[in-house]
Each structure stands twice: as structure tokens, then as C-alpha cells.
Design a binder for this molecule. Structure first.
Ligand SMILES: *Cc1c(COP(=O)(O)O)cnc(C)c1O
Length: 406
């Protein structure tokens, strides 16, 4: 269905969890009762003022929200076109947007009487956010992580252990994020009574994509208010990086029905979107299929085997994308582009030099797209890019890419 025939994007998904032909819940019969129970509990919490009061209190005092909306003055002058604002979610506790969602799910888990939290993690950022909130509430935490990622992400593995979590290396499949998520789903089925599965992005079976989006939507809600205060009107263009798509959905969602606001999602183009699959651009270079309980665009070969993507940014290398993004792509409400490793590195360097902000490599992809767009737009055009994570975790990767020996 084309965009101009859609009355509202804010009502989705339908009762089956579908966004048009995407999403849903493709799960085994053993998992179904858990999913339905979670959905019922989330529906109840969503309209419960005391649930959101608890969230607000922790967002303010534990996470440090609201995050600022910052006019990047020198970057704007340098690019010589549109006015560039950054939504500073890298200033959150733990250094990224992930904690917005983790807090929501763990408050829900506590309401459901669950005492054991499990999570999957790729680069380790979601694992660290989950271990953090579990420590705060005294909950048992088990994080599934591909064995290959455990090797590559030692600092985050150590952080999780310091925070009291057990990190389980996953050796099935290729030992990466996709396999970790499968093992976490298996754990959930075998430990139904006390366990809550905290998913890190807008993926998985319904209600996860909608629930994670609702928790991350605080990013877009604040942006609306802050832009009204700063400029007296809505922004013209929103730009965000996409791994699974949660920080992007969080920024985009409150603006979906404002059709005058252009929306751009930025996938990881790796070494270039080619048939060697040295990228993670699920929409730009993938096809629809089913993974982790939902139907969406996936990186896959001709036989439907899921392929491992490639990106300089470990946080972007999920082989799928949230089903709501697949829907926004097909309706053309949002535009999706790919940015290469080399372009992201240039943006990373520019942001350090001009703004005194060391960005994570994920939002560096969004910034690289802003660098292409801003010079083509008039000076009164307002762009907001989501600075969804800080770059401390990435300095070793960047040093290697720049040929610097630390
Ligand atoms: C995890 C992560 C991402 C990718 O996840 P999304 O669900 O697409 O937001 C992007 N940026 C940062 C900083 C991350 O930690």
C-alpha cells in the first residue's frame, strides 16, 4: 500500500503483530503461551500511569533524560546548508540508547514477578545495558553471546561480568548474534516460570518490535518538544543509523504521521552493497524472509540461508531489520540508504574535530548521510540526526582502520 493511502502509522501493528506483510509471530507452540502472556502484561502496563511514572523517575535520575537536542554549529557552517541538530542519546548512562528499552522491559519483568533476565548481545552493548539494570534491581542476568563475538569484544564481556552477569558463549551456527538470539529463545522455553527475555532491538516475535519501539519513542517525543522550543516548528528531516532499527524507530515513530517530515534510515554499507555481501544493508541489499519469529527483510543467499553481514561497526551487523522498517520502506514513508565503512570513518573524524564529540561508529553512519544531504539543502532546513552512542568503545577499531598502533 502506498504512503498516501495510509491514514495513520501510529495504530500499528494489528492484533497479529503485523505491519502490512511484515512482523507477526512465527514461533513454536511451546513459545506461544509465553508470548501471549507477555503481550497481555505489556498491554496492561502500557495504559497504566504508575508504570510510566516509574519509567520517568528512572529515566530522569538513573539514565539522565531528557538528553539534549544540540545545534552542531561548526558542522553546520562547514557543510554550508541545512541546520544540523544532534539528539544526544550518547549522554545516557551506559553511553547509548539501549538502556531506554532495557529499563522498560525490566520494570515489566518485575511486575510479572520474574527474577531471572536473559538477553542476547552482539557487540555487547545490549548485554552491558541489561547487566547494568539487573545489578540495579538485584536480578539474575544471563547474556548469550556468540563465541566469536566473545573473542572480539573482551572489554564488554568483562564489563558484564563486573556487573554480575553470566556470559554464555554460543558455539552453534557461526557463533554470532543470530545464533545467540536463537539460544536465548531456547533458554526462555525451558525456563518459563522465572525467566524474562529482554530483546535488544525492534525484532523478534510480536509484541517485541512494538514494545521496544514504544520504549525508545522517548527519543522522538523529546525531540519534538525540544525542536518546538528551539525553532517553533517540527524538523524537516530525521536521520538515524540502523542495526536492528531501535534507535531509528524511537526517533521516527512520533513523527510518522507528520508527512512533511522526511525520514531517512541509514544501513551499514560495509565495503559496498555488492553481491559478495560485505555489508549489513538488509533493506538495500536483502530480501523478505522469516527470522527470529518475524517476517522482514534479511540478508540471505538463493537457498534462504541467512548470511553474516559485514560492517566496521559491530553494533550494526544484525542480518535482519525490524519489521516496521520493512513496512515503512515498502510504503515509501521512509527512505533507506547505505553508507560505507570509509564514509562512516570520515564522518567520525569530522565530528571529533568540529564538535568535540567522539561518536560511536553506528551514528557515524547517520552523520555521513547528513554530510551528503545538508549541503544540498537551504539554510532554513532543519535536520535532526540521532547521536545514539558515544565512541569510546570504538577507538581501537578506528585506530586499526587508520593504521595507528596503540
Ligand atoms: C546497538 C546499537 C545500535 C544498533 O541497534 P539499533 O537497534 O539499530 O538501534 C546503534 N547504535 C549504537 C550506539 C548501538 O549501541
Amino acid at each position: 500500500m502506498p504512503d498516501d493511502l495510509i491514514n495513520s502509522y501510529l495504530t500499528g501493528p494489528d492484533e497479529q503483530g503485523r505491519f502490512g506483510p511484515f512482523g507477526g509471530r512465527f514461533v513454536s507452540e511451546t513459545l506461544m503461551p509465553l508470548i501471549l502472556e507477555l503481550e497481555a502484561q505489556y498491554e496492561r502496563a502500557k495504559t497504566d500511569a504508575s508504570f510510566w511514572a516509574e519509567m520517568d523517575d528512572l529515566w530522569t535520575h538513573y539514565v539522565g533524560r531528557p538528553s539534549p537536542l544540540y545545534l552542531a554549529q561548526r558542522l553546520t557552517e562547514h557543510l554550508g546548508g541545512a541546520k544540523v541538530y544532534m539528539k544526544r542519546d550518547e549522554l545516557n548512562h551506559t553511553g547509548a540508547h539501549k538502556i531506554n528499552n532495557v529499563l522498560g522491559q525490566i520494570i515489566l519483568a518485575r511486575r510479572m514477578g520474574k527474577t531471572r533476565i536473559i538477553a542476547e548481545t552482539g557487540a555487547g552493548q545490549h548485554g552491558v545495558a541489561t547487566a547494568t539494570v539487573c545489578a540495579k534491581f538485584g536480578l539474575q542476568c544471563v547474556v548469550y553471546m556468540g563465541a566469536h563475538d566473545v573473542e572480539r569484544q573482551q572489554p564488554n564481556v568483562f564489563r558484564m561480568k563486573l556487573l554480575g552477569a553470566e556470559v554464555v558463549p554460543v558455539t552453534s551456527g557461526r557463533g554470532t548474534l543470530k545464533d545467540a538470539m536463537n539460544d536465548a529463545l531456547r533458554d526462555w522455553v525451558t525456563n518459563v516460570r522465572d525467566t524474562f527475555y529482554c530483546i535488544g532491538t525492534v525484532a523478534g516475535p510480536h509484541p517485541y518490535p512494538a514494545m521496544v519501539r514504544d520504549f525508545q519513542a522517548i527519543i522522538g517525543k523529546e525531540t519534538r518538544q525540544q525542536m518546538m522550543a528551539a525553532e517553533g516548528r517540527l524538523p524537516d528531516t530525521l536521520v538515524a543509523a540502523i542495526g536492528g532499527g531501535s534507535n531509528a524507530m524511537g526517533l521516527f515513530y512520533p513523527f510518522l504521521d507528520d508527512k512533511e517530515v522526511a525520514i531517512v534510515g541509514v544501513e551499514a554499507g560495509g565495503k559496498g552493497v555488492n553481491d559478495k555481501m560485505e555489508h549489513c544493508a538488509s533493506l538495500t541489499g536483502g530480501r523478505p524472509g522469516v527470522l527470529h519469529g518475524n517476517r522482514t527483510y534479511l540478508l540471505q543467499d538463493d537457498d534462504g540461508q541467512i548470511l553474516e553481514g559485514f560492517s566496521i561497526s559491530a553494533g550494526l551487523d544484525y542480518p535482519g531489520i525490524g519489521p516496521e522498517h520493512a513496512w515503512l520502506h515498502e510504503t515509501r514513508r521512509a527512505q533507506y540508504v547505505a553508507i560505507t565503512d570509509a564514509e562512516a570513518l570520515e564522518a567520525f573524524k569530522l565530528c571529533c574535530a568540529l564538535e568535540g564529540i567522539i561518536p560511536a561508529l553506528e551514528p557515524s553512519h547517520a552523520l555521513a548521510q547528513v554530510m551528503k544531504l545538508a549541503p544540498t539543502l537551504p539554510r532554513d532546513h532543519l535536520i535532526v540526526m540521532n547521536m545514539c552512542g558515544r565512541g569510546d568503545k570504538d577507538i581501537f577499531t578506528v585506530a586499526r582502520a587508520l593504521g595507528v598502533d596503540l
